[in-house]
Structure formats: C-alpha cells, structure tokens
Design a protein around this ligand. Structure first.
Ligand code: 2GW
Ligand code: MN
Length: 296
C-alpha cells in the first residue's frame, strides 16, 4: 500500500508532496513500488503546487529540438501552446535547439519567460538527431541552465499543450508513462532485448516515454550524460538500441528510479480513443506526416 513518504520527501524533505492525495483515485496506480507518486488528475490541488514552488523559488528550463523540417512543422504551435499551459506560475526559459536559428518564430512571451536559441548540426540519420539530444542537453545544463534554473524539462517538439502542465510535475527525477503501454503487461514493453546493447534489459518497472523527462538540473545532467555514454558505447560496438534514446532512457530509469512519475494525462495520443482513466488532456501528440517528415 502506498504511503505519502515518497522517495522525494525522504531525500529532499519536499513539502510539495504533503498536498498529494494518493487515495483520491482508485481506478489507477498512484504510487510506484519504491513509493514515488504517479501524478493523476484529482490527486492534487493545483494552486498548492503553484504556491509551494513560488515560495521555494523554483524556475524551469524547457529544452526542445526543432531540426530540419520539424521546425516549420511543429515549433510555433508547441511554443504558443506552452505559453498558455506550461508552468504558468513560474519563470521559464526555453532552450530551442535548431540547425536554422534564423527560422525560429518570434513568439510573444509572458513576463518572466525567455527564449534562447542554440545552433546544432543536422545529423543525416534521424535516429542520430534524436539520440544526440542527450549530449546537447547535458552540455547546455553545464554551461548555462545550472546557473539559471532549478529544474529542467526535456520535450519532443511534435506535441501540443492543451491543459495545465504545472509545478505538480516538478520533482528531483521525473519520468512519463507511455500512453500506449501504461495498461499493458510488462512482457509487451518494447525494451531493448539485444544483450549487445547497453540499453539491454529483460524486465522493468514501466515503459517510459522519452517525449518528456525532467528533474533537478543535477539529475537531468546525470541522466543525459549516462544515456549519451551508453549511446556512444553502442556506436563503438556497432549496435543501436531498438528505440534509440528511449531504450537508453528506460534502462537508466530502471537503474535509477524516478522520484516522480507522470500519468499519460501528461502526454496523450487521442488516436488511442476514449479511456475513462484519462480525465484531462494536458499535452497531446501532434499528428505526424511521416512521409513528408522522414524522407528527403
Ligand atoms: C525524427 C524522426 C524522423 C525524422 C525526423 C526526426 C526529427 C526529430 C527531425 O527531423 N528533427 C527533429 O528536431 N527531431 C527531434 O527529435 C524533435 O524534437 C522530435 O520531437 C524528436 C524525436 O523525434 P520524433 O518526435 O519524430 O520521434 P517519436 O515521436 O517517434 O519519438 C519517440 O522515439 C524517439 C526515438 O526513436 C525519441 O525517443 C522520442 O523522444 C520519443 O518520443
Ligand atoms: Mn515525438
């Protein structure tokens, strides 16, 4: 049975969790076996989290990559929707990584919110565009973010905020349940099953989605560095994990348990159809045009 003594409370005395009511949802799992909360609608009072994190002086860096055609296809909608819904009560700095800085749209930002553009090279293989995010994120945490923000959240760009995504999502180390797997048995999780890859794992706790992960800047730096090292080791051994960076992320969270887990309400795919346990859409997968985006 869950207790309110989550990993986070024990390790950092995080008073934020005293406003979580793990028993208010009885249709879903609200706590992991290692006592980290899984955040669902109805478990918390939003204004409490706004207040607690404002008092603590929390601030958030959001990293997002828009390389090649993804810039034009998704970035403006992502940023505009984020201005409506992402951490509205806190200072936020966007770190937009792109190969075309001059094409980054001019977004009107609310007070206390900033945007920095970081130029990155455009890898020819899309798998590398995705995987090399780990290195770029750890570098910018080291050079910039750690001096300016308490927390970091890393996002895929092909998504749209549609509801509150607030400080209740902040924690020391935060993972997201993948919308397509949260209700499936473990044996169907698409972990990497090749023993030659550093991402290899036989079993795990959950299948996490790499479209969102976050935490304190220290934790995200440790995570991105570790995943980058594993990705590079695989390259030397001429193997590639089944789902690229997502496989390495799953391995990392198996070895280093997240202190907070987000329900799929935080990243839902409407093509799944109606689910009674999804009570709010906070962020939705944007429709993908694979043919135009993945061929050149
Ligand atoms: C990616 C795939 C195919 C063709 C292009 C790209 C691509 C990705 C690109 O041309 N430019 C670009 O900026 N990206 C960035 O990488 C962008 O931020 C995008 O959201 C992210 C991941 O690619 P995406 O969203 O197409 O992959 P998904 O939605 O299938 O993502 C899951 O699996 C990936 C690994 O294969 C990652 O782990 C990702 O985090 C997962 O959500
Ligand atoms: Mn994506």
């Amino acid at each position: 049975k869950c207790t309110l003594e989550s990993v986070e409370m024990l390790t950092s005395g995080n008073s934020a969790d005293s406003s979580l009511d793990l028993w208010s949802r009885n249709d879903v799992q609200t706590c992991t076996s290692w006592k980290a909360p899984i955040i669902w609608e109805g478990m918390f009072t939003p204004s409490h989290y706004d207040q607690i994190h404002r008092n603590k002086g929390s601030s958030v860096a959001l990293t997002v990559f828009a390389v090649g055609r993804y810039l034009d296809a998704y970035l403006e909608t992502f940023l505009n929707s984020s201005e409506q819904h992402f951490m509205s009560s806190l200072p936020v700095t966007y770190y937009v990584f792109t190969d075309s800085p001059e094409l980054v749209p001019n977004i009107k930002l609310a007070p206390n919110r900033h945007l920095k553009v970081i130029e990155v090279e455009r890898h020819t293989r899309w798998q590398d565009i995705s995987m090399m995010r780990m290195k770029a994120i750890s570098d910018v945490i080291e050079s910039d973010i750690r001096h300016h923000a308490t927390h970091v959240f890393c996002f895929d760009v092909d998504q749209v905020f549609t509801g509150r995504f607030g400080p209740e999502a902040l924690g020391d180390s935060v993972a997201l349940l993948h919308a397509h797997y949260y209700h499936l048995p473990r044996m169907l999780f698409t972990y990497d099953h090749n023993p030659k890859s550093k991402a290899f794992m036989k079993t795990g706790d959950f299948y996490y989605h790499a479209a969102i992960f976050g935490g304190s800047w220290r934790s995200v730096k440790a995570l991105t560095e570790a995943c980058y090292r594993s990705i590079m080791a695989d390259k030397e051994n001429e193997v590639e994990a089944l789902w690229h960076d997502e496989s390495h992320l799953n391995k990392y969270f198996w070895l280093h348990k997240p202190s907070r887990v987000l329900s799929p309400e935080y990243c839902w795919d409407t093509s799944i159809g109606y689910r009674s346990d999804i009570q709010v859409y906070r962020l939705l997968w944007a429709p993908k045009d694979y043919y135009n985006l993945r061929t050149s």
